[in-house]
Write a protein that binds this ligand. Structure first.
Ligand SMILES: [Zn+2]
Length: 190
């Protein structure tokens, strides 16, 4: 089992609280380049994980969000994702923000593919909401005609970090109680 965090940073202008559009009606496609931990090969295409997809797997009490067979060896690839409360903030350009926690079995997460993702954010002026922020070119701009103000998200970057304390963070956030990682692993049998 491997634990990862997807982190992001971006420069915002007159824009705040940028987050993925991720609802049951309009789920966010979390696209990643991954690598099989058994054979070391990358799937031909980036994998797509949907937070609302549910998969049960034999010998695991967890409900996973992604399940696939390796294209090159008999290994099964599993992933479970949880959104953090992280968002891109106008005053946090220099900070990496935790966006997603990932638990993975059989795969190593290498890169986030943000090109086709759609985000939403709030204008600094008049609380106007922008629902169509896409990062195809790593940046996005609009113009607020009411305030004669350019609204921008620029230089968006992402990285995936291997992290061993995600269990604790994930379940601490859910239960409001700090659990020991070992106890949780035992309880959940994963
Ligand atoms: Zn493989």
């Amino acid at each position: 089992m491997n634990y990862f965090v997807l982190k992001g940073r971006a420069a915002l202008e007159a824009l705040d609280n940028v987050q993925p559009v991720d609802t049951p009606e309009c789920p966010f496609d979390w696209r990643f380049v991954v690598e099989c931990t058994s054979c070391g090969e990358e799937p031909y295409r980036a994998i797509v994980i949907n937070l609302f997809a549910k998969f049960q797997v034999e010998n695991s009490e967890r409900t996973w969000n992604f399940r696939a067979s390796c294209e090159y060896c008999p290994s099964t690839h599993l992933a479970l994702i949880r959104r953090t409360k992280g968002a891109f903030r106008e005053d946090c350009e220099d900070e990496w923000v935790d966006l997603l926690h990932i638990i993975a079995d059989g795969i190593k997460f290498k890169k986030f593919r943000e090109k086709k993702s759609i985000w939403h954010g709030t204008s600094e002026f008049g609380s106007k909401t922008y629902e169509n922020i896409n990062l195809e070119y790593s940046s996005w701009c609009d113009y607020d005609m009411d305030y004669y103000q350019l609204i921008c998200m620029d230089n968006a970057r992402f990285q995936i970090v291997l992290a061993e304390d995600i269990y604790e963070k994930m379940f601490k956030a859910r239960d409001g109680v700090v659990h020991q990682v070992a106890m949780l692993s035992k309880k959940l049998r994963i």
